[in-house]
Ligand binder design. Structure first.
Ligand code: NAI
Ligand code: MG
Length: 334
């Protein structure tokens, strides 16, 4: 039986990298049925809203979604579509792995870090956003709940156990943000006690940035709040050679959305320049989530070998191949 997944091509480079990813999934014998849905700027232009109801219905119906990046118009009262999708479907865990690949222009060859970012609370809770009438004072609220902190910390430790990881680092700023970051850290310490086989470490976010850049090999699994996780995961992408290589899974209890960490890259959209690797690796996370380990492994190997061979890679990796030629090289290895 064929599994049906929802596919959102998205904005900017989205349609190109989604197209590349679907070709790779088909070639690897995944036998999916795709139901396409609009979101983002594309949806606003076609349907007059950023996330039409039929898109929400499809995400809910099929449970598993592959999503291209979405452009959120800045200002004008638009809330981020990604933030609202994560909140609507309670996709509380954002899983962002980075693994060094041979053949990139990265500074390191020994990075293997999974950032687990809390996806629904913290500075991105969207609560209490206001600007004073005269435009001189702006406010927003950061909200951390015990329940939210507990489920993300438990998710991180359970993932560490399942994947044979050794250490979980809780990243915080509890010395300054005593209430919010303080509660998160307190809960992390409690949850850590339930997993004595996993080493637990706590680290302040600014020091974490420095240590990641100095020696990323000392990190294993990182668990942190929404804003810190957003920033740290881009930093981690930089350690392995850029945003074109970093995937992300948004996982909740009833639905999951798989994507790239990067955005719609308007500066290179429509020019056949985008590296589709991040989204292809997001699709690999999706296959693992669906229990399709064999296809996941095949695709991961084909991507790794194509980049390592270096003859036909995209510009961000130091080559001069376009999105399509690079994808064809991956397809040839499959
Ligand atoms: P961006 O991630 O789109 O681009 C940052 C830089 O990385 C650009 O120079 C871009 O060319 C490059 N880049 C990104 N992906 C690449 C790829 N696959 N291959 C080669 N180079 C790549 O971030 P930016 O420019 O800040 O945001 C653009 C739009 O994307 C904004 O509207 C933002 O809201 C949205 N966005 C959406 C996300 C999502 O849908 N998950 C995540 C982040 C941003
Ligand atoms: Mg981000």
């Amino acid at each position: 039986m064929s599994t049906t997944i929802t596919v959102i091509p998205g904005d900017g480079i989205g349609p190109d990298i989604v197209d590349a990813t679907l070709k790779v999934l088909d070639k690897a014998g995944c036998n999916f049925t795709y139901e396409f849905a609009d979101a983002g700027l594309t949806a606003l232009e076609k349907h007059g809203e950023l996330i039409p109801q039929q898109t929400l219905d499809l995400i809910e119906k099929n449970k598993v979604t592959l999503k291209g990046p979405l452009t959120t118009p800045i200002g004008e009262g638009f809330t981020s579509i990604n933030v609202s999708l994560r909140k609507t479907f309670n996709l509380y865990a954002n899983v962002r792995p980075v693994l060094s690949l041979k053949g990139t222009r990265a500074r390191y060859d020994n990075v293997d870090i999974i950032t687990i970012r809390e996806n629904t609370e913290g500075m991105y809770s969207g609560i209490g956003q206001k600007v004073s009438e005269d435009g001189t004072i702006a406010e927003a609220m950061s909200v951390i709940t015990r329940e939210g902190a507990e489920r993300i910390c438990r998710f991180a430790f359970e993932l560490a156990c399942k994947e044979g990881r050794k250490k979980v680092t809780s990243v915080h700023k509890a010395n300054i943000m005593k209430s919010t970051s303080g509660l998160f850290l307190k809960v992390a310490r409690e949850v850590a006690k339930e997993f004595p086989e996993i080493e637990f470490e706590e680290m302040i976010v600014d020091a974490t940035c420095m240590k990641l850049v100095m020696d990323p090999s000392q990190f294993d699994v990182i668990v942190t709040t929404n804003l810190f996780g957003d920033i740290l995961s881009d930093l981690c992408a930089g350690l392995i050679g850029g945003l074109g290589l970093a995937p992300g899974a948004n996982i909740g209890t009833d639905a999951a959305i798989f994507e790239a960490v990067h955005g719609s890259a308007p500066d290179i959209a429509g020019q056949d320049l985008a590296n589709p690797t991040a989204l292809i690796l997001g699709a690999v996370q999706m296959l693992e989530y669906l229990g399709m380990a064999e296809q996941a492994g095949k695709i991961r190997d084909a991507v790794r070998d194509t980049i390592a061979a270096g003859e036909c890679v995209t510009r961000d990796l130091g080559g001069n191949a376009g999105t399509q030629a690079f994808t064809d090289a991956i397809l040839a290895r499959l």
